[in-house]
Design a protein around this ligand. Structure first.
Ligand SMILES: [Zn+2]
Ligand SMILES: [Zn+2]
Length: 215
């Protein structure tokens, strides 16, 4: 059985802590008993590649990923080694297909209008593979909605902490057998963890943005 945190930010993200270095991320992820992670940042794979490069442990997997801000909301592309040529949702989905990436819609039902996914998922269900069904910075009822749509459209489920600070790593995770790609294909992934990181995590990000301080 594998347990992966499939959504955590690195210190490349301006909204994340400067302490989210590759070394710290790997150390804490392993300490929390994870078998793998997908580090990512918005619109760049720089941080993700750095973490992958720092990982020397054959028993621990780093999946390179990118959380792309499209015109309709955040889309996570897994198994990506170069930045996508466009942030347009449809061009991004075409690109993802070309490079055989796995696509998941991040936190689709966050209630804040600028943070949820504003395009009907059913209309792109044949072009994506998964929906993020547990995001630890998203409220439980918003995550439940994501579970419902994934089940309804027969899409795989992904999960992650959306960590911006080291203490959040591993709070949300996906559980599967085989490898992640196979598990996505078989739609055999369950999600675990909690949304209790929501308050302290989001509060710290708010403070950080507001005061422009390094924490
Ligand atoms: Zn996001
Ligand atoms: Zn994120």
């Amino acid at each position: 059985m594998m347990r992966y945190d499939l959504h955590l930010h690195t210190n490349i993200s301006r909204c994340a802590s400067m302490r989210m270095t590759p070394e710290t991320i790997l150390k804490i992820a392993k300490r929390k008993g994870l078998d793998g992670i997908a580090p990512l940042d918005h619109n760049t794979i720089k941080g993700s590649l750095r973490v992958a490069k720092s990982n020397k442990d054959k028993d621990f997997e780093v999946i390179t990923a990118n959380e792309v801000k499209t015109q309709y909301g955040d889309v996570i592309i897994y198994y990506i080694n170069e930045d996508p040529p466009s942030n347009d949702l449809f061009e991004l989905l075409d690109f993802a297909k070309e490079i055989d990436a796995v696509v998941s819609i991040a936190h689709p039902f966050r209630f804040m209008p600028h943070l949820h996914f504003n395009y009907p998922i059913r209309k792109i269900a044949n072009k994506i593979h998964a929906v993020e069904c547990l995001n630890s910075r998203t409220l439980p009822f918003e995550n439940k909605k994501a579970v419902r749509i994934a089940d309804e459209l027969n899409l795989a489920k992904t999960a992650g902490s959306d960590a911006h600070f080291p203490f959040e790593i591993g709070r949300g995770y996906a559980v599967f057998y085989d490898d992640f790609r196979t598990a996505v294909k078989k739609r055999k992934i369950s999600v675990g963890g909690n949304s209790l990181a929501y308050l302290p995590g989001n509060f710290l990000t708010f403070i950080k943005r507001r005061l422009q301080i390094q924490i």
